[in-house]
Ligand binder design. Structure first.
Ligand SMILES: Nc1ncnc2c1ncn2[C@@H]1O[C@H](COP(=O)(O)OP(=O)(O)OP(=O)(O)O)[C@@H](O)[C@H]1O
Length: 212
């Protein structure tokens, strides 16, 4: 099944007796954007970390993560093929914009010229043609957000997790970047989980919603 599935996922902080949220079982089919909401501190980011394989030592987790029918739970993050976009789009400051994107490229793309062309294509799609050699420090917040999304997509993830990716953008830019992100992830036909506090994000995503 082409889907991201969570089966009876439960995450408990090591210093606590109770799990953060009731056992969670959910299926996100390819092409669907599922919105995850819930109060601050309930464990949304922790769940994203668990799915991506980045859960810190401060937590215990049970349950399973399946991607396209394969059990990912025991695999390290880099072997899962799950992309994550965080609210702070952190680009490597010592690399050019283009080299930041090349860093995201799937290892399957070999050869300097092919890699360069893929990155140039991504910059075009991001509306940033000619930005290859730019210093990331010279980008606006919106430009940085677009580069971060493109970097996540260049890895050709089989699923994508968006952890409040628009939270730090001002309202006008937020709408623009949200449309940009949703257009690009929908075009991929992969399962997407989007964490947000904002009901208008959920509306724009158009998919089902769950609350922790
Ligand atoms: N390293 C850690 N060890 C143990 N508990 C932690 C650790 N980091 C965070 N927590 C606790 O885990 C809980 C879940 O935090 P998390 O950031 O996942 O919540 P959230 O729902 O994403 O919140 P927000 O909406 O504010 O971002 C919080 O109650 C937090 O205090």
């Amino acid at each position: 099944m082409n889907a991201l599935q969570l089966l009876q996922v439960r995450v408990t902080p090591r210093n606590a007796e109770r799990p953060l949220f009731p056992d969670l079982t959910v299926t996100i089919p390819a092409g669907e954007v599922l919105t995850l909401m819930g109060p601050s501190g309930i464990g949304k980011s922790t769940l994203v970390d668990f799915i991506g394989g980045h859960l810190g030592p401060g937590f215990r987790a049970t349950g399973r993560v399946l991607l396209n029918g394969r059990d990912m739970t025991a695999l390290p993050a880099e072997a899962r093929g799950i992309g994550i976009l965080f609210q702070d789009a952190v680009l490597f400051p010592h690399l050019s914009v283009g080299d930041n994107l090349a860093f995201g490229l799937s290892g399957a793309v070999r050869g300097r010229r092919d890699r360069r062309r893929k990155v140039e294509d991504a910059l075009d799609r991001a509306g940033l043609p000619g930005f290859y050699d730019r210093d990331p420090a010279t980008l606006s917040g919106g430009q940085r957000a677009r580069v971060a999304l493109m970097r996540a997509l260049l890895a050709e993830p089989r699923a994508l997790l968006l952890d409040e990716p628009f939270a730090k953008l001002d309202p006008e830019l937020r709408q623009e970047i949200r449309a940009f992100v949703l257009d690009h992830v929908r075009a991929r036909d992969i399962p997407v989980l989007m964490v947000t506090h904002d009901a208008s994000d959920a509306e724009a995503a158009g998919g089902p919603r769950i609350s922790l």
